[in-house]
Design a protein around this ligand. Sequence first.
Ligand code: F6P
Length: 342
Amino acid sequence: MRLGILTGGGDCPGLNAVIRAVVRKSLELGYEILGIKYGWRGLLEMETLPLDRRAVSGILHRGGTILGTSRTNPLGVPNGLQRIAENSRKLGLDVLVAVGGDDTLGVAAKLAELGVRIIGVPKTIDNDLQCTDYTFGFNTAMTIVAEALDRLHSTAEAHDRVFVIEVMGRDAGWIATYGGLAGGADYILIPEKSFTLEEVCESIQRRHAQGKHFSLIVVAEGAISEELKKPILQSEKKDAFGHLRLGGIGEVLAKEIEERTGFETRSVVLGHLQRGGAPTPYDRILATLYGVKAVELAQQGRSGVMVALQGNQIVAVELAKCVASAKTVDMEIYKMAQTFFG
Ligand code: F6P
């Protein structure tokens, strides 16, 4: 059997760990494995990278992806899906392992319907894919947020300042909620729950009245205030999947807080620091379990499924189900986090 593997969408810590696991398991079973470069673009343009044991040596702990990635959307390219199906045949691929988030796996689900044998692996720091408890990359991102909060805590306290920390999370506030909880945030703002500037300011004022003269506010880039009614954009430009580039809510909030409360306020955007660098040991293991399971599913003749973590089991779930909608933050967890707000 000959497998292909590609990584699509935004990069995410643990991609190389999946590639390594897929290659090592394939070789153990006597399969051939071909790397496809730059996500779907590589299958449209036939850009490939031969993978063997040597190619994946020493990459477990490395961020990024040795295959490269892109946000190329075959659905926006004339006959894109058909071209990919045909090129997969030309490359002699029996099964394709697609490592990606909702965009990449949405395309994978459509290809599976066309008869391309395909296994999905859930990747995104946002953790917003259905059917799996966690995507790999999320643990690293929230750890980075927690570490940043630890550092900002001491400088905020030293200067009696408010800090607004903007984190990633377009449609779902998993990184904000978990990173904020782990880092002891005094308020967390997420896309799932609209908020008023007044409630945020009141909460900071309550803390001050209790003798705490600094505060850390975590805000997901996609959070929307009732006053502004729409997300803050960095640019009106859309990517190939129609996503607007978000960014700026942290600075907007910081200005409003300073004006309304009179407390000196700074904003920090963590941005792509949340995606770069080495994966945590948890993500290395999750990515490895996913990669091995993907090859086992290929061996069993499965297709149109995604590997997923459910409880402590790695299982296979229908790809179409996983990409039907975004997995938003469990409001029970958010309510629990509110216990620690100012
Ligand atoms: O989907 C992952 C993610 O990191 C989002 O949280 C963020 O909105 C987006 O990618 C930004 O990606 P880029 O800057 O690569 O377009």
